[in-house]
Structures are given as C-alpha cells and as structure tokens.
Ligand binder design. Structure first.
Ligand SMILES: Cc1ncc(COP(=O)(O)O)c(C=O)c1O
Length: 389
C-alpha cells in the first residue's frame, strides 16, 4: 500500500465513533469542522489494525506480563528514528503521557514546591502541577518580532532561584510549534544543573518535525542524563490516543525508582492488551506510513499559511517548525478567545482557544492541521467568515 497524498486526502469518517473531537456535542455540534483536539483525521497504519485484530482473535484478555518485546521495540525505534540509545531498564510504562506528567510532579517535588513551565504551553502541564498541590512558576516564552518564540532563560533562572524544583519542558513545543535546538536545550540544562532541578521533557511530538529541522532529545545531552525524565508515546505519532499507552525514559536509576514507586502506590500499571499489540506494531512496522504522513502534513503546513492569508488577512501564523498544530495570532480582530470561540462555533468550526495554554495565549487560536486538506480549507474558510464576515 502506498501512503501518499491520495491515501491521506481520503481521510476517515469519525462521527459516531465516540470520538472526543467529533462527537462532543458542546465543542463540536452537528456539521462542525473540528480543528481542535490533537488527534488526526486519518486511519492509523494497516499494520496496527492487523496487530489488534490478530490479538482479538484469541478470546481471552486476562492480565498481561511485562511487555519486554514492546519495550525493546520502543528502544529500537528511538535509536533508529532519533539516534537516542536506551535500554528496557531505562523505561517505565503508563496509560498516557499526562499520567507521566502528574506522577512526575508527585515523585520529584513536595507539596507547595514550585514547578517551572514555559508559557503558553499545553494546558495539562499547569493542571498537573496545581492538582497535586504544587505551585506553577510560569515563565513566559519570548515572542520575537518575526512571530517566532524563544526561550526565556533569565525567566527560567529566576524561577529556579525562587525555588522551582523541576522544569516541565515541551520538546517540541505545543502550541508554539518550536523545535528547540541543541544550544537552547544545553542552556536549559546548565540552569537546571546550577539549581539542581529535575527536567521532565515531554517529547510526545518528537516525530512531527519538518525539513530542514532536526529533533534534539533532551536525553541526547550528556549533561542532562542524570536529571532528565523523558516522556513519549506511540499514540500521538500513530493516532492511537484512545488505546492509552505511553512511556517514560531516564538514564537515572533514582528518577525511575521514584516514578515507579509513585505508580505502584497509585496502582498505575500499564499493559492494556490492545495497546501492547498496537505499540509493538507501530514501533516496528510503520515507518513507511509515518514518512508518508510527515510529507502530507508538510503540505498542510504550507496550506495553513496560504489559507489563513486568503481568508484571514489580518492573522499571523507562528512559524511552524514541528507538531501538526498552528498557533495563529488573531489579536488584530480585537476579540477575546471566548468571543472568537463562540463565533467560530456559530459558523461551524471548532478550535482550541489560546487561553487553554495560559494567559499569554489571549487573542490566539490553535489550528490542528492533521486532517485532509479539503477539511482544513473548509475550516479556515469558516473562520474567515466568522471574523471577516
Ligand atoms: C505536549 C503534550 N503532552 C501530552 C499530550 C497528551 O498525551 P496523552 O494522551 O498520552 O496523555 C498532548 C496531547 O495533545 C500534548 O500535546
């Protein structure tokens, strides 16, 4: 099978499958084009479907043993695709990355400690800190004149100086689509070392990188080895979020032991039968599907800029280096995120408002472009109708 433009253009009908993106009546009423939640309107790779079907043919779904083969597949995948070497004993498994974020807060910090985040960032970062009784030290990213965001290192140093024990990093960064480079990551790491802080690097978007960009994992920095927990998942890359499977990786025995202790205390064990089957197939048999997907998304990345220019001439698209999420500045239209969200819904398109990512996101909307191009065009046309009339 060829995973080309024709394949991804075909998309897939998801309405009526219990999908949050399509079937949530409030966020996505009938006849709405959903460009919000970060999953993709494409079928997953056939090898994954076959693996799940094959497992389903054996009609017994009792407790699972540790999935050594799946973990080895994860290690081989990161070596092959990202040049990062680790072994099964460097890993732990969770139901999802957000579980990993929350367990990390519990494992590496104490009640009332501060945890630093670069803001705006994926909303569950701050939520994971707050729900565990810790304080959010939000460090605003630096917004450059060209619309590109940069790391606020003095702000991060202030947060550490004021007692933050941990940094929750998004690499690459959702929603501002930045691919952090080695130099930036080294600077973060130097500061973390100076203040003896732990780095939790959420690398769930690592596979969504566009040429000539090169993903750099925090784990690939020798100086980060002993203080970093990296979180990743096949679920984002291969569109399997409903199956619930994620991994944590660390070279530090101490960090992993702390994580495992908290998981064990909470009774968090991974091992969903179908997730195991899917993860193994994803990490071993689906590179061609993924390469085709990235090519298609690269086309959509260009299309977003063209379509926004056509339908929303006052908007500015943040340069997209990674992820399938465009961070669009609509502040020239003089409306809040809540006002725009309501207007967009009335006009049949749903998006994620910028304030979901922190107060710095006011006036922005995040557009998920992982869908067939015709769907993307229709959604952006409706955004234009809502704001331009
Ligand atoms: C940065 C980031 N981390 C985590 C998640 C959620 O991952 P999971 O579904 O494994 O909890 C997302 C989903 O969009 C994300 O963007």
């Amino acid at each position: 099978m060829r995973f080309d433009k024709e394949y991804f253009d075909a998309g897939i009908l998801r309405k009526g499958t219990g999908s949050r993106k399509w079937d949530d009546e409030n966020a996505c009423p009938e006849d709405t084009v959903p460009l919000w939640v970060a999953d993709m309107d494409f079928p997953c790779a056939p090898a994954i479907v076959e693996a799940v079907q094959k497992r389903a043919e054996h009609p017994c779904f009792g407790y699972n043993a540790d999935d050594q083969q799946g973990t080895e597949a994860l290690c081989a995948y990161w070596q092959r695709r990202h040049g990062v070497t680790f072994a099964p004993e460097n890993t732990a498994q969770f139901p999802c990355v957000v579980t990993g974020l929350r367990v990390a807060v519990q494992a590496f910090t104490k009640e009332d400690d501060a945890v630093a985040i670069f803001s705006p960032v994926y909303g569950p970062f701050a939520a994971s800190i707050k729900v565990n009784g810790r304080r959010v030290a939000a460090v605003p990213l630096i917004w450059g004149a060209d619309g590109r965001y940069g790391m606020n290192l003095p702000g991060l140093e202030d947060a550490f100086r004021n007692g933050a024990r941990m940094l929750m990093l998004c690499n690459p960064h959702n929603p501002v689509s930045r691919l952090w480079n080695r130099e930036e990551l080294e600077s973060v790491c130097r500061l973390a070392a100076k203040y003896n802080a732990v780095i939790v690097s959420d690398e769930i978007h690592a596979d969504f990188v566009y040429r000539p960009g090169q993903f750099v994992s925090m784990l690939s920095l020798p100086e980060a080895r002993e203080r970093t927990l990296m979180l990743c998942a096949a679920t984002k890359t291969f569109n399997l979020a409903g199956l619930q499977q994620a991994s944590a990786v660390s070279y530090s025995k101490e960090l992993l032991e702390k994580i495992n202790a908290k998981c064990s205390a909470a009774g968090v064990t991974s091992g969903n039968t179908f997730a195991i089957a899917a993860m193994r197939a994803a990490y071993t048999e689906c590179d061609d599907w993924l390469d085709g997907l990235i090519d298609y998304l690269d086309g959509n990345r260009a299309a977003v800029v063209t379509l926004i220019g056509k339908y929303l001439p006052k908007a500015k698209v943040t340069p997209i280096e990674a992820t399938y999420l465009a961070w669009v500045d609509l502040s020239a239209y003089g409306k809040t995120c809540d006002e725009m969200g309501a207007l967009f819904r009335q006009n049949g398109v749903s998006l994620t408002g910028g304030t979901f990512f922190g107060t710095e996101g006011e006036g922005f909307m995040r557009v998920n472009f992982a869908c067939p191009q015709r769907q993307l065009e229709e959604g952006i046309r409706r955004m234009g109708k809502a704001l331009e009339g």
